[in-house]
Design a binder for this molecule. Structure first.
Ligand code: NAG
Ligand code: NAG
Length: 252
């Protein structure tokens, strides 16, 4: 009887094949996740009131009201990140960064794009979230003539003083000089958190009233992820069964 050892040998392969890219999350779990971060809730839910620019997410949010209020009152809260590192940003540009921060803290739609990382302020980040080109263009138009000293705000800062200071040798220049165009700006500003897609594709917006239009975008992506991992699993099972079948056939 040499079938048993072979089956035991195949077992780890079988189990490994069942570990999909989703970490085994179902569609509903992907759609009910909050980023694992310093101030995020564990799962999204209604908040009685969110503050000013974060208000659109109040029906279903990953942020708490007190966090959104403090964010608007103290620009360095909660991560000591200084937007105004080359003098004050214009009010229009600052509004876009505040909206982006509300999106980061509050959006309940990021589950399908979360990946694990190790940082003091969070254990997950999102990558390649599809941002609508029109959203990106407006953000860019508001900021392109403002000043910065980095073409990637996600890394490279000098944090010695506790607040981000310009990387050594980097001069203050316009966003236009550092980023060139709208697409490059939206994709690089947070180190690949966003990918810019045409408005005709499923894409996320940071500005909305009423029903959250990003729900449908997240649902579509969650379905795709679960379907891909299911077909990967059934392919693995087929291979294993085929292997066992061939082995048994040779025994006879
Ligand atoms: C916000 O309120 C929650 C409890 O509802 C509390 O745990 C948290 O520390 C508060 N955060 C801030 C920044 O005040
Ligand atoms: C970081 O900033 C401090 C001042 O806060 C400065 O003394 C130090 O030289 C800087 N380090 C680098 C690598 O730029």
């Amino acid at each position: 009887m040499r079938v048993l050892p072979v089956l035991i040998l195949l077992l780890p392969w079988c189990i490994m094949g069942q570990q999909p890219a989703t970490d085994g999350k179902t569609e509903e779990q992907l759609l009910n996740s909050c980023l694992d971060g310093m101030h995020h809730k564990q799962v999204p839910g209604p908040e009685g009131s969110l503050y000013q620019q974060c208000t659109p997410w109040k029906d279903r949010a990953c942020c708490r009201g007190n966090v959104t209020e403090k964010m608007h009152q103290d620009q360095l809260f909660p991560y000591n990140f200084q937007w105004h590192h080359c003098g004050q940003l214009s009010p229009a540009c600052e509004r876009h960064f505040m909206q982006d921060m509300c999106f980061y803290e509050c959006s309940p739609n990021l589950g399908p794009w979360l990946v694990k990382i190790q940082m003091k302020i969070r254990n997950e980040r999102f990558v390649n979230v599809p941002l609508c080109a029109s959203d990106c263009n407006q953000w860019w138009q508001a900021c392109k003539d403002d000043m910065t000293c980095s073409g990637n705000w996600g890394k490279g800062w000098n944090w010695t003083s506790g607040v981000n200071e310009c990387p050594r040798g980097n001069q203050c220049k316009t966003f236009k000089k550092y980023f060139g165009d709208a697409t490059n700006f939206c994709q690089k500003i947070w180190d690949g958190s966003f990918t810019v897609v045409a408005d005709t594709e499923p894409c996320m917006t940071q500005w909305f009233d009423g029903l959250n239009p990003n729900n449908a975008v997240a649902r579509k992506r969650a379905k795709e992820i679960v379907q891909a991992s299911t077909s990967e699993l059934s392919a693995t099972v087929s291979y294993v069964l085929l292997g066992v079948g061939v082995f048994l056939a040779r025994l006879w």
